[in-house]
Ligand binder design. Structure first.
Ligand SMILES: *[C@@H]1O[C@H](CO)[C@@H](O)[C@H](O)[C@H]1NC(C)=O
Ligand SMILES: *[C@@H]1O[C@H](CO)[C@@H](O)[C@H](O)[C@H]1NC(C)=O
Length: 372
């Protein structure tokens, strides 16, 4: 018996070398069509909500612009065998996105700080370009990362010891973008360089939770704007995403503790957008779909989590000015009605659109279903 099993396994692994799924032809992805239908219904409802109640959160519009680019690319590349009705659904979604974008009331935006305002505006100015840059999605590079052995409480404690805080991250991203804009506009050979503190923040030490996703965003921007020449930023982002993968799996293993939904979807969005297909899992998609509020938006009370992990804070008395700012940001984020949160909604939008793209890209076909 033993020998027989070994032989069988050997045969199977040889099969695997010829083509991962020898039983299906190139139309495998057609089995993903029902999944995409479900996502498109969710997306439509989410966008409908924000079309009626425009957000004042810049992150929502950044996510919208990026998602628009991904979706347009997906529609243009659709295989002939994708049902016409699904294609029409996706096109209708892009139209809704355009209507929301056309009605953007920029002066009404609320920014958490001056640094962040600069960052958001610089991203807006370049959004048309940024949204067309697409990394191919592949799988097989993240390894089989296991969830952390420690508990969620320990994870929160560990995150406190990491860097950077949101304030420091905003300051560094601003500096990066100022340098990038200057090197783009000056005729002289300006190169985009970072201060040692800022480059240490992006490159050295370690981050966790939102600290880590903010480092990925900064590194991705640095890459797009040709900053930090001579450094292999792609390799760096790869390392960051491997750690994030472990974190995403841990959040799942801890059954998504309160305040962590936004982070989970941001992890998926940032790392899948960098091309890491391990973040595309139908079971994660199902989770995200179930998080939608009946009215269409997404909610997540992440403030306590942000404070406990040390990303925002310190918890000790903020100045009146800070408090006022925090109140305005919070009000803007939740003004869309009750518990709706525009950053959570933005991350849902972004991650789900990446799923649509990945599930309809023929060469990846079925593989996502077997990823653990
Ligand atoms: C797309 O939108 C058009 C115009 O609003 C509508 O008539 C059509 O039924 C929609 N298509 C789908 C598949 O929902
Ligand atoms: C958005 O505005 C542009 C320019 O004003 C216009 O051409 C386009 O049709 C509008 N799109 C939608 C969906 O309203």
């Amino acid at each position: 018996m033993y020998v027989k099993y070994v032989v069988l396994l050997t045969v199977l692994s040889v099969e695997f070398c010829h083509g991962i799924y020898p039983y299906f032809d190139t139309q495998d992805f057609i089995y993903n069509v029902p999944k995409v239908y479900r996502i498109s219904i969710t997306l439509d409802k989410l966008l409908e909500y924000y079309e009626k109640k425009p957000s004042k959160d810049p992150e929502w519009y950044i996510a919208l612009g990026m998602a628009r680019g991904q979706l347009e690319y997906t529609i243009n590349e659709l295989d002939k065998s994708v049902p016409a009705k699904l294609k029409e659904n996706l096109q209708n979604i892009t139209r809704r996105m355009d209507r929301i974008r056309n009605n953007t009331d920029f002066p009404s935006f609320v920014y958490r700080s001056k640094d962040y305002e600069y960052v958001a505006k610089a991203i807006f100015e370049n959004l048309d370009v940024l949204s067309t840059l697409m990394e191919p999605i592949t799988i097989g590079t993240m390894g089989t990362q296991k969830p952390y052995r420690f508990t969620f409480e320990q994870y929160v404690q560990e995150a406190r010891t990491k860097m950077p805080t949101r304030k420091a991250a905003d300051a560094c991203t601003m500096q990066l973008l100022i340098s990038a804009m200057e090197s783009q506009t000056t005729k002289t050979d300006g190169t985009c360089e970072l201060t040692p503190e800022c480059s240490a923040q992006i490159l050295k030490g370690s981050g966790m939770a939102f600290q880590q996703t903010s480092r990925i965003r900064a590194a991705a921007l640095a890459y797009l704007f040709d900053c930090m020449e001579g450094l292999d930023l792609n390799a760096h982002i790869y390392k960051l995403c491997i750690q994030v993968y472990k974190e995403s799996k841990s959040l799942e293993a801890w059954d998504h503790p309160p305040g962590t939904k936004t982070l989970f979807m941001q992890q998926i969005l940032y790392c899948a957008a960098q091309g890491y297909g391990e973040f595309i899992k139908p079971r994660w998609m199902n989770r995200i779909l179930t998080w939608q509020e009946p009215k269409g938006c997404y909610s997540d009370d992440r403030q306590p989590f942000l404070k406990l992990t040390g990303f925002v804070g310190p918890v000790s008395a903020p100045s009146d000015k800070d408090r006022e700012e925090e109140y305005r940001v919070k009000k803007a984020a939740t003004s869309e009605g009750g518990a709706c949160n525009s950053l959570t909604s933005a991350m849902a939008l972004g991650s789900l659109v990446i799923y649509v793209r990945a599930l309809l890209e023929t060469d990846q076909a079925f593989q996502y279903d077997v990823l653990t």
